[in-house]
Design a protein around this ligand. Structure first.
Ligand code: ADP
Ligand code: MG
Length: 729
């Protein structure tokens, strides 16, 4: 077995970077080459059909059958001109990944000839056999039908020779079975609420879109090395393995020069992305060895979410060509940094204004403060729900593990804005006096532009930080579908803006207040009410954990705990109020997330049991036998004096026995706990059992295995080590 490890190291050391020839066209010319975007739409569609599609995209208008026929035939012509032979509805089921089932355009005509067929019906709706996608009990197996339906707001694209049409995925009875449906509903809710509020400041605003710019972190590991690790292959992370002598202490990887092999991978990846219209822009080394980041320019949130899902798929595919395995797991290697996916978020009007961009005039500043403070209040009121939106078995390993924000949700806004809010909070009650107003406006005007200049005011330890003209939600995990976090964030902001509007209108109509006064007055209250969510200090520190507890902020360290809020009455009401999901849909999702958690921990438990029993223990016994032989030999030579020569070996033999018995007994206990847990009927209780009864054995077993790794002859150790996985270039 150990020969496999050495072969793998040898193979990986011999790897040369794959030669990438930069295409002859410039990247700007390749952009969107494989996307059925507005310009191809315009080119291939009759004018009235084109206008209908634009209307559908911008104003959510329905596309009628005739237009759909036009679009389908245009799409077909375009796709075939690009060499496509198949089409698929491309959707994001609740597995977190993407799903596709390819159908050929080709269809026999019945007279011995064949045609290429793709009509409006095929574009608009499909019925994939969906019985094997998670549905949380929404569909009985006898009614397993699911429908995918075209989402005209996200353009179709070609991968290889397949035309991919972004779609939503719903059940026969209309319940959402994917991540896109609730997202689209939340985006529409925030559009509606934010447009109303933005119109206090500019009557020309007719639409507000949420913008999202994600930053994808990942690890690259040589594929030969990865394939020697059953844990990495099946669970995406190392379940055991001692840290290398050198990790990231020297901080020599971050922003360092990108290793050639990785760079070749990135270049090919970027070219693929650019052709698919994913506007990738930034690449750099991350903190941990072999860890990297890729970020695009921000886009409308639905499109950005699709692009991230697409990216992750392409990343894995391209990695294969470069003999890499790409790791999206939030914490593949205990002891060194894990990976996140920062979600940079803002709201933009159809008049081209970033509502979280501090302006230079008093009016735009008040507008900025309105959206800024309402967002903080939304996070304050719904911190637990926001925490739930990023909960996963993987992310539990990362949150609070001293390189990522803790599981406590708080908001960082920086020194200047904190001062602005403090001043605003302290102006007297009732109508603002003219002096107060002038003072406030002066302060606000005077201070905010500085924020833009002063980009050093950054706090990397906050889960939700204001970064100049957007909020950055940093607690999102690297393997997550951004839709979950984006659905919740946009929903809670929509709800808060909606309430804000009611309060302001009430002051205007019933208290005879001027609009600006009314807005200031409500904002002041919001600042007071949401104060405890604001934290400017070190989020990684133990003091913060204590302080947060004193403030009454939640700290849900595990997924089963964090998810419970999803089915609280308030949450269900909030979802229903904005028509994001009904009770059935939310409960189904809760169930699915719990099941996913349970399965992940269950699988990890099995893998850990297997590796420790089949790899570690036999190796430990072989080495122990070698030591026993050695002791025996020393005895033969030195007779009764042998102990003074053999005492260290004897000590090692004893220690090895100790670890072996610890592994064996704990694997057995873990298996017993799994059996007990599996019998628990309710998923929430079962998840608790997996979390609190099964999982604690992981660390105990790992500890013994890792000790053995340090003792046992490197030549026979079968599992590729940290240093090999992380430092082979
Ligand atoms: P960093 O946080 O690493 O310093 P940047 O400031 O470059 O990174 O921005 C990170 C991401 O934020 C990018 O994807 C960028 O497009 C995105 N971003 C910038 N402005 C906005 C905005 N108004 N809305 C959403 N995302 C934005
Ligand atoms: Mg960032």
């Amino acid at each position: 077995m150990s020969t496999l490890r050495f072969e793998a190291v040898k193979i990986s050391l011999d790897r040369k970077p794959v030669q990438i020839t930069e295409p002859t066209s410039r990247r700007s010319e390749l952009y969107g080459l494989n996307v059925f975007n507005l310009s191809s739409l315009k080119h291939f569609l009759p004018k009235d059909a084109y206008i209908a599609v634009i209307d559908a995209t911008n104003h959510g208008k329905k596309i009628d059958r005739k237009v759909a026929e036009n679009v389908a035939s245009a799409m077909k012509a375009w796709a075939i001109s690009k060499g496509a032979t198949h089409y698929t509805h491309w959707f994001q089921p609740l597995t977190g990944g993407t799903a596709e089932k390819h159908d050929a355009f080709f269809e026999p005509a019945g007279d011995g000839t064949a045609i290429d067929k793709f009509d409006g019906g095929q574009l608009v709706q499909q019925e994939p056999d969906a019985s094997s996608f998670p549905n949380g009990g929404i569909r009985n197996t006898f009614e397993a039908r699911g429908y995918s339906a075209w989402d005209p707001t996200s353009p179709a694209f070609i991968i290889g020779t397949t035309l991919c049409i972004p779609t939503i995925f719903v059940s026969y009875t209309g319940e959402a079975l994917d991540n896109k449906v609730p997202l689209l509903r939340a985006l529409s809710a925030v559009d509606e609420a934010a447009t109303e509020v933005a119109r206090y400041f500019d009557k020309n605003v007719n639409k507000v879109i949420a913008t999202l710019g994600w930053e994808q972190e990942y690890f690259l590991v040589d594929s030969a090395l990865a394939s020697t690790r059953p844990d990495l292959m099946m669970a995406g992370r190392l379940l055991l393995g001692h840290e290398a002598a050198k990790g990231q202490q020297l901080e020599d990887h971050y922003f360092g020069s990108i290793p050639e092999r990785a760079l070749a991978y990135m270049r090919e990846l970027e070219i693929e992305c650019i052709k698919l219209g994913v506007p990738v822009k930034t690449r750099h080394n991350e903190v941990a060895p072999n860890q990297f980041e890729l970020a695009p320019l921000f886009e409308e949130a639905n499109l950005a979410v699709d692009h991230n899902s697409l990216l992750m798929d392409i990343m894995s595919k391209v990695a294969g060509r470069h003999n890499f395995k790409v790791l999206f797991h939030e914490k593949p290697f205990a002891g060194i940094n894990g990976s996140g996916k920062h979600n940079n978020w803002s709201l933009a009007t159809d008049t081209g204004v970033n509502l979280l961009g501090p302006g230079k005039t008093p009016k735009s500043n008040l507008q900025f403060l309105t959206f800024f403070i309402n967002t903080i209040k939304a996070v304050h009121d719904n911190a637990d729900l926001l925490r739930a939106s990023i909960a996963s078995a993987n992310n539990d390993h990362r949150l609070g593990a001293n390189e990522a924000p803790p599981a406590i949700i708080s908001v960082f806004i920086g020194k200047h804005l904190s001062q602005v809010l403090d001043e605003l909070e302290n102006v007297s009650d009732g109508n603002l006096s003219p002096e107060e107003k002038t003072e406030l406006k002066l302060n606000v005007v005077g201070k905010i532009p500085e924020i833009l200049l002063d980009n050093t005011d950054r706090n990397r330890t906050s889960p939700f930080a204001f970064t100049g003209n957007k909020f950055e939600f940093r607690a999102v995990g690297s393997s997550a579908n951004c839709a979950k976090a984006m659905t919740i964030l946009n929903l809670i902001v929509a709800d808060q803006l909606y309430k804000f509007k009611i309060q302001v209108d009430d002051l205007i109509e019933n208290k005879n207040m001027k609009k600006d006064d009314a807005i200031f007055n409500v904002l002041r209250e919001l600042i007071k009410e949401s104060k405890k969510i604001r934290f400017e200090g070190d989020g990684y520190s133990d003091e913060w954990v204590k302080e947060a507890e004193g403030r009454g902020l939640s700290n849900f360290k595990t997924t089963p705990e964090a998810l419970k809020v999803m089915v609280h009455k308030n949450t269900l009401d909030l979802f229903e109020k904005h028509k994001i999901m009904n009770k059935i849909e939310v409960e189904a999702r809760y169930e699915i997330e719990l099941e996913e958690y349970i399965k992940k921990v269950q699988i990890e438990g099995r893998i850990l049991g297997d590796i420790s029993s089949n790899h570690v223990i036999p190796t430990a016994i072989s080495y122990q036998n070698k030591l026993i032989e050695n002791v025996q030999g020393l005895k033969d030579i030195f007779g009764k004096d042998f102990e003074q020569y053999a005492s260290e070996q004897i000590n090692l033999i004893k220690q090895i026995s100790g670890h072996i018995s610890s592994i064996m007994s704990n694997v057995e206990k873990m298996t017993e706990e799994r059996k007990i847990a599996n019998k628990i009927a309710h998923a929430d209780k079962r998840a608790d059992a997996y979390c609190n009864k099964v999982k604690p054995y992981f660390d105990i077993i790992r500890y013994a295995c890792d000790k053995l790794e340090l003792m046992i002859d490197d030549e026979i150790w079968p599992l590729t080590k940290y240093r090999e996985l992380l430092f082979t270039r």
